[in-house]
Design a binder for this molecule. Structure first.
Ligand SMILES: Nc1ncnc2c1ncn2[C@@H]1O[C@H](COP(=O)(O)OP(=O)(O)O)[C@@H](O)[C@H]1O
Ligand SMILES: [Mg+2]
Length: 423
């Protein structure tokens, strides 16, 4: 019997998941709420907001959806999984208690300290004067983080004392993140290359995905403001099998165990962001969901049926499951609106996607696009141009060739995706 699914979210991640699910021989109808200009090509967009749990659950019930898959952090953090379970609906993702590992950086840091998971040295503050005294005593460089979800803007990597003082002022005095800034984590600055690890867990067991690397900053050579991700690669050539095993043993396993001991056994994707520093791997943060740019490369490499593995994760049946990956590499280049991550204009027509997809190995995922008679830009990150290849260089060459076919006013992208991993 065909399996009908509902995907909650509307970014590149959800388009990539829908694209891959569509290839399952068992897939039935696929709904995406709210979806975007790309998800409508593989499924049916449903105009329900991702935070409208009431209407999402009602829709899942009415349509007899067999599985609801939650993409973004906000509904997970607010307990959409618990809400669906309360209504006896089958749902994939972590509960609110489990997603707290992303929703509270202070909770994550304390859990890591207790479980002996390698992370930057830190202190937690709720009083501005104490935090200020600590920063002045420790000196710079130093990293200041608002505790809660802050739309990716709550982390300040401070190279001068003036920057650090301004960060504390914004978070704790002007309270720009409101209650997400009730506590701040102040931590040691780490130098090195960042990588993304994804572990798929089912409450008891877990399976690791290949390592991926996102490029968070807007400017080439990792300069300028942080974004939701400007491009990604997988696997990461410099992360050896032994290094991945070490991360599994020292980070993933003890964290999942600690969550289970806290009464929050983890189901879904646990995604630690790591700094590979001189002193070995150190956790920067945990996310309780798929990374958006990472998903766009993972789905290009995944060989096993995605529906099979999401159902196994949901039902606690991952033990003994073998997840297969295609050889070679996948890359993703994000095309953004000019001005992003600051203010930008929307509503520009997009052309050339078909030509881009004629380049061998290329698939274009949509993020901030809207289809209404024509396809237009509707967000900061507009498209993800993905490519696979036998080598990382080959995949990059294909993706960059495809990028040239796509046009919209203000199109911006980084030309150095994958460059540092090749160095
Ligand atoms: N201790 C640190 N040392 C150096 N850079 C850091 C440190 N912590 C975070 N960063 C940088 O800031 C970015 C955002 O931090 P992160 O903790 O991942 O928060 P979020 O993704 O919630 O904004 C990271 O991707 C990394 O580039
Ligand atoms: Mg992060």
């Amino acid at each position: 019997m065909a399996t009908d699914v509902l995907i909650v979210g509307g970014g590149g991640r959800e388009h990539a998941l829908a694209w891959k699910l569509k290839q399952s021989p068992r897939i039935g109808r696929m709904y995406v709420a709210p979806g975007n200009g790309g998800t409508r090509l593989v499924g049916e967009n449903v105009a329900i907001d991702q935070m409208d749990f009431e209407n999402l659950a009602k829709f899942a019930k009415e349509k007899n959806v067999a599985l609801t898959i939650i993409g973004p952090d906000n509904p997970l953090g607010e307990g959409i999984v618990d809400f669906f379970k309360l209504h006896k609906l089958r749902v994939w993702g972590p509960t609110k208690a489990s997603a707290h590992i992303e929703g509270s950086k202070a909770f994550a840091k304390r859990l890591m300290r207790d479980a002996g998971v390698p992370t930057a040295e830190f202190e937690i503050f709720s009083q501005h004067d104490d935090a200020l005294a600590y920063v002045r005593e420790r000196g710079v460089p130093i990293v200041i983080k608002a505790n809660g979800l802050s739309f990716g803007k709550g982390v300040y990597v401070c190279m001068t004392l003036a920057e650090a003082e301004a960060a504390l002022e914004e978070i704790m005095v002007r309270r720009v993140f409101k209650e997400a800034g009730n506590e701040v984590v102040i931590e040691e600055y780490l130098d090195g290359q960042e990588i993304s690890i994804h572990a798929l867990a089912d409450g008891k067991d877990f399976v690791l995905f290949p390592p991926a690397q996102d490029h968070k900053q807007i400017g080439e050579h990792d300069t300028g403001k942080n974004t939701g991700g400007m491009g990604s690669i997988a696997p990461v050539p410099f992360v050896t099998a032994a290094a991945l095993k070490d991360i599994e043993t020292r980070v993933v396993r003890p964290t999942l165990r600690a969550l289970a001991e806290h009464g929050a056994p983890y189901t879904g994707i646990l995604y630690p962001g790591l700094m590979i520093s001189q002193k070995g791997p150190k956790v920067l943060e945990f996310n309780a969901r798929f990374g958006d740019p990472e998903t766009q490369v993972y789905m290009r490499l995944l060989k096993t049926d995605l529906l099979d593995i999401l159902e196994a994760s949901t039902d606690g049946k991952l033990a003994g499951m073998n997840i297969e990956w295609n050889g070679g590499f996948a890359v993703n280049i994000v095309l953004a609106s000019g001005g992003y991550p600051d203010a930008y204009k929307k509503g520009f027509p997009i052309t050339g996607i078909e030509d881009a997809e004629k380049v061998e190995g290329v698939v274009v995922f949509h993020a901030g696009t809207l289809y209404d008679k024509e396809l237009t830009t509707s967000g900061g990150r507009v498209l993800g141009v993905s490519a696979v290849g036998d080598t990382l260089q080959n995949a990059l060459a294909r993706a960059y060739e495809a990028v040239e076919h796509i046009h919209f006013e203000g199109k911006y992208f980084r030309r150095d995706i994958g460059a540092k991993a090749l160095r």
